[in-house]
Design a protein around this ligand. Structure first.
Ligand SMILES: N[C@@H](Cc1c[nH]c[nH+]1)C(=O)O
Length: 384
């Protein structure tokens, strides 16, 4: 094998579609006033494995440097950006990034993301900006059939804080909750004799569906739980904003567990109606900045470029012109490109090399009396 497992080459349409996603992202973020940020591909492992971020070392692409420290290929943009913004100004900022992340998981090693981080905006404004930007960007890509799902880390935390779970038990419970396995959730939660919390968590597994329906129901159910009620109102406000301005379905999942440990507050994702693939995910992560001694409020999201690129059908591809030239007429052929500004111009020596149906027009360069001339009629070409 010439490539390590998990690495792959990509060709043609796959690469073109990805680049289209990158370009559309730049366009949308530029017009929404984002600044661009880039961080190095190589970082220290500890930035990502400390307790605030909690990425398992096994999942990172790593090696020892000359000083014996572990270095990794960037596994997460959000954390890298938080590190980069340490000692940065405290004012409000909107950052846009694009590039690869590397995680050693079953889906391969390298994947591509574009994403945004919105720092020090009032909470509701920052969260709305993320979701509205996501909608704006997907619209730009002509991806319309997707669903936005909202959740909040505070709900699951409210219940598990009342259980005395070890880290392993908590992990197992999160996984069971995420997989919506009621029997397992109940079994794990009731171990500490808190039967009523186990039952509440099991109910939570089914607390998903159209935003209005579910939130109205839980507004009543949790009317005597101020912490939970506040979260329901927060979710209601966000869902209302999204429902007001578009037809994209908004659902809530009150039992949603966070995908990355640094989230604290609103979490969300977008998934494609067609195959359920997650095309973006993100949320609030104020506490992540604490690891660098910063007190910042932050929310953001990342798009999976590979998932988005697969959905694209690129319209308005430029028309193609073929120029038949020779060694001698190559520089003249190069000049002809200028006459066909918005066309794809390809130069060949021999019409046998092409399928004429692929081209809008085939033109031939003729040489006569030391001068070049262009004709569109192949018979003339043959004749000469
Ligand atoms: N870094 C997150 C996405 C995100 C950006 N900002 C906040 N969350 C991810 O890889 O899923």
């Amino acid at each position: 094998m010439l490539l390590p497992i998990g690495s792959q080459d990509d060709f043609g349409k796959t690469v073109a579609n990805r680049n289209y996603v990158f370009e559309a992202f730049r366009k949308v973020t530029t017009f929404r006033g984002y600044e661009e940020i880039s961080t190095p591909v190589v970082e220290y492992a500890s930035i990502f494995t400390n307790q605030h971020v909690g990425m398992p070392l096994q999942s990172l692409m790593k090696w020892f440097n000359n000083e014996g420290e572990i270095e990794v290929l960037r596994p997460d943009w959000t954390t890298a950006i938080a590190r980069a913004l340490t000692n940065h100004s405290k004012s409000h900022e909107k950052w846009a990034y694009q590039g690869s992340i590397f995680r050693n998981n079953k889906l391969g090693v390298e994947s591509r993301q574009v994403g945004i981080e919105v720092i020090n905006f009032p909470n509701f404004h920052g969260e709305s900006e993320c979701l509205l930007m996501a909608r704006n960007f997907l619209e730009e890509l002509a991806i319309n059939h997707y669903v936005i799902e909202l959740g909040h880390t505070g709900i699951f935390e409210y219940f598990i804080n009342q259980l005395n779970l070890s880290n392993e038990e908590l992990k197992a419970l999160q996984i069971a909750m995420h997989d919506k396995r009621k029997d397992r959730v109940h079994q794990l939660a009731e171990q500490n004799g808190k039967e009523h919390i186990a039952s509440e968590l099991v109910v939570l597994i089914d607390a998903f569906g159209p935003s209005e329906e579910v939130l109205n129901e839980y507004e009543i159910r949790w009317r005597n739980y101020p912490i939970l009620l506040k979260i329901v109102h927060h979710l209601k406000k966000l869902a209302k904003l999204l429902n007001e301005s578009s037809k994209v379905p908004v659902i809530v999942d009150l039992g949603m567990v966070k995908k990355l440990p640094y989230y604290s507050g609103i979490i969300f994702r977008g998934f494609l109606e067609k195959n359920g693939s997650t095309c973006f995910s993100g949320g609030r992560y104020d506490r992540l900045y604490a690891q660098f001694g910063e007190d910042k409020n932050a929310v953001g999201l990342g798009f999976d470029v590979d998932v988005l690129a697969e959905q694209l059908s690129i319209f308005n591809k430029p028309k193609k012109i073929c120029v038949i030239a020779s060694d001698d007429s190559l520089s003249y052929a190069e000049e002809i490109r200028k006459d066909y500004h918005n066309y794809i111009v390809e130069v060949f020596y021999d019409e046998e090399m092409i399928n004429k149906d692929d081209f809008q027009k085939v033109i031939y360069i003729l040489q006569k009396d030391g001068k070049y001339k262009v004709v569109e009629n192949e018979d003339m070409y043959r004749f000469n």
